[in-house]
Ligand binder design. Sequence first.
Ligand SMILES: C[S@@+](CC[C@H](N)C(=O)[O-])C[C@H]1O[C@@H](n2cnc3c(N)ncnc32)[C@H](O)[C@@H]1O
Length: 291
Amino acid sequence: MTASTTIDALLAWARQVLDRAEIENAVQESRWLVGHALGLEPHHLVSQAEQPVSSEKKTQTESLVSRRAAHEPLQYILGTQEFCGLEFHVSPAVLIPRPETEVLLQEALRAVDLNKDSVVVDVGTGSGCVAVTLATILSRARILAVDRSPEALAEAKANAERLTVADRIEFIEGDLLSPLRDRGLTGQVDVIVSNPPYIAESEWAGLQPDVRGFEPRSALVSGPKGTEFHERLLCDSREYLAPGGSLVMEIGQGQRPAVQQIAEQLGGYTPVEIAKDGGGIERIVIFRRQD
Ligand SMILES: C[S@@+](CC[C@H](N)C(=O)[O-])C[C@H]1O[C@@H](n2cnc3c(N)ncnc32)[C@H](O)[C@@H]1O
C-alpha cells in the first residue's frame, strides 16, 4: 500500500490480507476493522471512499488487520460482543458470549417465579452476560455472580455498570457454589444458572485457532471428561436450592446422556428437561430439586 492512501484502497488492502489469512467473512470484517480504526460507522465508509487517510490512522488500521489475520477473535479487537441485544465489553480475560448461551438465559428466566423476590446465582459469570442480562429483566431478584477469575469479575462488574445494573448484582470471587455457605443461602436459592467450562482436555488441541490461541483455557476446559463441572454443580446445588428450585446448565454437544446419568445417580432431582439451540443441538439441561 502507498504512503498516502484513501479509505477505498485501505478497505481493498484489508480485504486482501484477511482473504489470504483465510478469514471467512473477509469483506464484512475488513469494513468493521477499518471503520473501527477510523472511528466511522461501516456504512459511512462507502460515502467517504475517496477520502484520504492520515498515516497515523493507516498505521492503526494495519495493526488491527494484522491482529485479525493472526486469528485473534474480532470481538477482542473491537472490544465488544452483543448478547440478547445488549452490548458487552470483552477482553481476553473472558469468554466471548456465544449465541447458544442466549438459550441458557431464556431457560433461566422461565425458571424464575416473577411474582416473588427470587434468589438467582450465575456460576462462572465471565463477562457477566447472563447475570447482567437477568438483572436488566428481573427487577425484584437478588442476583449473585460468581467467578474464580478476579479479572473476569472486574470485566463483569464494568459491564454491569455500563448497563446500569451494578447495584443489583453481588459479584463474588470463589469456587463454584462455595461462597454461598457464608452468605446463609443454604436451601434459599431459586435458580442456579451456569455455562461452565465443558471442553474435555483431549478436545483442546482440536479447537479452532481463534479459540485455542486467544480465549481463556480456564473458561473452556473442564477435565478429562468435559462434564466435571456439571457433576460438581449437580452434587453441590442440592444443598443450596430451595425445594422446587432449578439448576439450569449449558452443556456441550453430546453431553446430555452423561449429565443425565450423573443426576440420576446422585438423586434429589426431577427428570431432566432439555432445550435445544438454534442448530437443533441439545444445549441446556434443567433439573429441579425434588421437594
Ligand atoms: C464458559 S465460561 C462462561 C462465561 C459466561 N457465563 C458466558 O456464558 O459467556 C466459564 C466461566 O467459569 C469460570 N470458572 C472456571 N472455573 C471456575 C470455578 N471453579 N468456580 C467459579 N468459576 C469458574 C471461568 O473463569 C469462566 O469465566
